[in-house]
Design a protein around this ligand. Structure first.
Ligand code: NAD
Ligand code: UDP
Ligand code: UDP
Length: 322
């Protein structure tokens, strides 16, 4: 249906069958939009969007964003990209292509349609930062040739493309720099720290600490992160970002392990393993800009959010056993 006949917004979510993307699809449908979810199911799963299967305003397209896509939409959220180190290092060339060719194709689509497009960028653009907390005007400290580079540099190049399409072709862009996010629908075997630790704790297996556990991360609960993305998309066209989205409360990985053991009542003990190369030692967002421009501040504590996530994993493992 041509755009002027539609009363609702039709929104494209790339990576919509993934952890964040599926929550975003839910949120956009709740707000009465039509949603097209485009995903090649590399790390995402149909299970994440099963409940939307017969939804009249939802459509799933199995599509790889490194190839062109011709659809008629009013907004685009570009989330397609594996996010966990074991996944994005599995096929690093494809990871870089997904960020770079994916950005070019989705920006080409936004340019043809004249529609807003939001990029799910990442705190990884800051690399192993020399500045803490990280503000958006910090240019980062990234190794261009290491094992994390396909992801970090791919995302940095995507940001460059977003700003060039904006300056050169007036594409209305929004760039969110997302910090570590966790919650229900994380894949239990995706290798990320929260999913690993909860899976290990529930099985009373050893908790695998990389390094001495003193490295830090700031963890945001998924619902609040999605709220930040939707708020950013809703801003006036002069707000383009990049905007940090994350929970500014910083925890060491050892503190996280202790919290998860306590919340699960687990008998697990800690086991120490070598720190992967280029693993950032510190990560904490300065969210002043998000507070000011989006009126957004996360309020769910790690204790609370881990509780919700443990409940999800418990139910999932029960289901898998049946
Ligand atoms: P995820 O792996 O669960 O989701 C990514 C989705 O993209 C998956 O459904 C996957 O199948 C899909 N995908 C991958 N390559 C594709 C391609 N070439 N074409 C189409 N679809 C493709 O990861 P997530 O945690 O939901 O992350 C979503 C986005 O948010 C990613 O772009 C990620 O870089 C970004 N991000 C996430 C976090 C986090 O902590 N979760 C932090 C920073 C940034
Ligand atoms: N593209 C797309 N869908 C569209 C329009 C463009 O996937 O609706 C892709 C197409 O593959 C193109 C890319 O976006 O190569 C970049 O588009 P742009 O208009 O910037 O460049 P050009 O068409 O000149 O390559
Ligand atoms: N980590 C860990 N044990 C694990 C998985 C991860 O100690 O089983 C550490 C990892 O080395 C990193 C931190 O936890 O310092 C966060 O890792 P994750 O892969 O979740 O995210 P990222 O490094 O991309 O922030």
């Amino acid at each position: 249906m041509p755009r002027h006949y539609r009363s609702r917004n039709r929104i494209l979510v790339t990576g919509g069958a993934g952890f964040l993307g599926s929550h975003l699809c839910d949120r956009l449908l709740e707000a009465d939009n039509e949603v097209i979810c485009a995903d090649n199911l590399f790390t995402g799963t149909k299970r994440n969007i099963d409940h939307l299967h017969n939804h009249p305003r939802f459509e799933f397209l199995r599509h790889d964003v490194t190839f062109p896509l011709y659809v008629e939409v009013d907004q685009i959220y570009n989330l397609a990209c594996p996010a966990s180190p074991i996944h994005y290092q599995h096929d690093p060339v494809q990871t870089a292509k997904t960020s770079v060719h994916g950005a070019i194709n989705m920006l080409g689509l936004a340019k043809r349609l004249g529609c807003k497009i939001l990029q799910a960028s990442t705190s990884e653009v800051y690399g192993d930062p020399h500045m803490s907390p990280q503000r958006e005007d910090y240019w980062g400290n990234v190794n261009p040739i290491g094992i994390r580079s396909c992801y970090d540099e791919g995302k940095r190049c995507a940001e460059t493309l977003f700003f060039d399409y904006h300056r050169q072709h007036n594409v209305p862009i929004k760039v969110a720099r997302i910090f570590n996010t966790y919650g229900p629908r994380m894949h239990p075997r995706d290798g990320r720290v929260v999913s690993n630790f909860i899976s290990q704790a529930l099985a009373n297996e050893q908790i695998t600490l990389y390094g001495d556990g003193s490295q830090t991360r700031s963890f945001c609960y998924v619902d609040e992160l999605i709220d930040g993305l939707v708020r950013l998309m809703a801003t006036d066209t002069d707000v383009v970002g990049p905007v940090n989205l994350g929970n500014p409360v910083e925890f060491s990985i050892l503190e996280l392990a202790e919290l998860i053991i306590r919340k699960t009542g687990s008998k697990s003990t800690l086991s120490y393993h070598p720190l992967p190369s280029d693993d950032p030692t510190q990560r904490r967002p300065d969210i002043s800009l998000a507070k000011e421009q989006l009126n957004w501040t996360p309020t769910i504590s790690l204790d609370q959010g881990i509780g919700y996530t443990v409940n999800y994993f418990r139910d999932l493992f029960k289901l898998w056993k049946q």
